[in-house]
Write a protein that binds this ligand. Structure first.
Ligand SMILES: [Cu+2]
Length: 103
């Protein structure tokens, strides 16, 4: 009986802490415009390696990999392709979407 009450209090306290923590670290995904060129495709991981221009407030110009979660977008990518896309920056990772080929 007591044990159950104590467990309930503990659960309520933990839930309170978790809610508080969530509020403090509330994250809103950020979207950044990317311009670059596809260098290669890492098929197994669905990662496209892009030589991209500077992305203001996010990163300088470099060559790096971006996960592409959308299968239809992935299927269109080819090495040498010039692209514009959106990098979605999440709390712990990022991915590439809204990929468009540019001339
Ligand atoms: Cu980069």
């Amino acid at each position: 009986m007591h044990r159950r009450i104590i467990l309930s209090i503990l659960a309520a306290t933990l839930a309170g802490c978790a809610a508080g923590e969530k509020k403090e670290t509330a994250w809103v995904d950020k979207r950044h415009a990317l311009t670059g060129e596809v260098i290669r495709l890492e098929e197994k991981d669905k990662v496209v390696v892009v030589k991209h221009e500077e992305i203001p407030d996010f990163m300088e110009a470099m060559t790096m990999g971006f996960p592409v979660p959308d299968a239809a977008e992935w299927a269109k990518l080819k090495p040498g392709m010039k692209i514009k896309a959106t990098v979605v920056e999440r709390k712990d990772d990022f991915y590439l979407t809204e990929i468009q080929e540019t001339p």
